[in-house]
Design a protein. Sequence first.
Length: 74
Amino acid sequence: MGNITLALPDDLQERMKKHSEIRWSEVVRKSISQKMEMMEMMDKIARKSKLTQRDISTISRKIKAETFEDLNRD
């Protein structure tokens, strides 16, 4: 089994200490596992996609432009 080391802000570490009954390594392990499941699902969907990189770039530019307009309306 691999190991990972995390750097936490001091205030977060102090707050976590107040709940020593929680196995924080298990919380992190589950969170990483859930994120990986989501990423693998996204990869599976992307493999089936017919979009080209050019299509993706065009869609991305349109979304960014619309978001910019929405944020800058009077």
